[in-house]
Ligand binder design. Structure first.
Ligand code: SF4
Length: 72
């Protein structure tokens, strides 16, 4: 699970580098798709603005989303 903060300049480097295409172009900051993320963290490394913060593994993020929606 990542967070993209207001430092983002919209350069698109994270979108290009993600091997699983978990980041998609969007007005302003890219959209992050949890279901596609495999925790490579290439986006965190490549971001020239330091705008991407790694928060937790995508497995735990998916579990949290399933629990919130009632799917187990
Ligand atoms: S690499 Fe960083 S600055 Fe560039 S679009 Fe992604 S989050 Fe924004």
């Amino acid at each position: 699970m990542i967070s993209i903060n207001t430092r983002c300049t919209g350069c698109g480097a994270c979108i290009s580098t993600c091997p699983t295409h978990a980041l998609r172009p969007h007005v302003g900051r890219p959209n992050w798709l949890a279901e596609r993320c495999n925790d490579h963290r290439d986006c965190v490394e490549i971001c020239p603005a330091g705008a991407i913060i790694y928060l937790a593994s995508c497995d735990s993020a998916s579990s949290m989303q399933r629990t919130k929606s009632g799917d187990q």
